[in-house]
Design a protein around this ligand. Structure first.
Ligand code: SF4
Length: 216
């Protein structure tokens, strides 16, 4: 489910399926009260009785000022929460504490060099790849829930053997419960930045050999 009225993300990825980031917050943003939306959410959960509720919003959902109320509402209905984040903010105490409320966190990485991180993902000024990885590692070390980690293979940026090794070393440090090795979303972007199913399979096999639990 999406809880952001429009895109709010601390990154502005060139390949973002949602489009450009008009709002690029690095901290909590105040939104309209969600009180009536919570009532609708409760009713929907009762109607559909899902196994879990996946909060997968238009951007970085951790910046929503009422995200804890939304998670609490889902928990009141006795459903676990899976939350998708690009992961950069997870290293900060305030945002890590919010993520700790969720039963599952999905985080990701798409680049292996700082200059590519800045070029392709255009994060908030001052962000760097090294801090990104350290934020993921420090969050993971204390997180008690299920940590799902998604690695996106981008042609010519991280599909060479050296980059794959870096990704394997980084994944080993993060030690996810499950690893997903994927390509970018969208047919158009895959034409230029996709590696193809065959190469993707080969990379997945490499990760599986290193004892990662790779899922698709
Ligand atoms: S992190 Fe995700 S939502 Fe944010 S700009 Fe990149 S692709 Fe879009």
């Amino acid at each position: 489910m999406n809880i952001l009225p429009e895109k709010y993300c601390n990154f502005d990825c060139v390949f973002c399926p949602i489009g450009r980031s008009a709002h690029k917050p690095d901290d909590t943003v105040e939104f309209e009260p969600v009180t009536s939306a919570l009532q609708n959410l409760k009713e929907q959960i009762r109607r559909e009785n899902p196994n879990l509720v996946f909060i997968n919003s238009k951007g970085e959902v951790l910046i929503h000022n009422q995200i804890t109320d939304i998670i609490g509402c889902i928990h009141q209905e006795e459903k676990p929460v899976r939350l998708l984040s690009n992961g950069y903010l997870l290293g900060r105490e305030k945002f890590g504490a919010i993520a700790n409320l969720c039963e599952e966190i999905v985080a990701e990485i798409k680049t292996v060099r700082d200059q590519d991180f800045k070029k392709l993902q255009r994060p908030v000024f001052g962000y760097c790849l090294e801090e990104y990885v350290e934020n993921l590692v420090s969050f993971r070390q204390q997180y008690q829930g299920k940590f799902l980690f998604e690695i996106t293979i981008v042609k010519k940026y991280n599909d060479d053997p050296q980059s794959i090794q870096w990704l394997m070393d980084t994944a080993a440090r993060i030690n996810p419960d499950r690893l997903m090795i994927v390509e970018l979303d969208g047919e158009k972007v895959r034409k230029t930045l996709g590696v193809g199913e065959e190469r993707l399979e080969e990379i997945r096999r490499q990760f599986s050999k290193q004892s990662f639990r790779v899922v698709f």
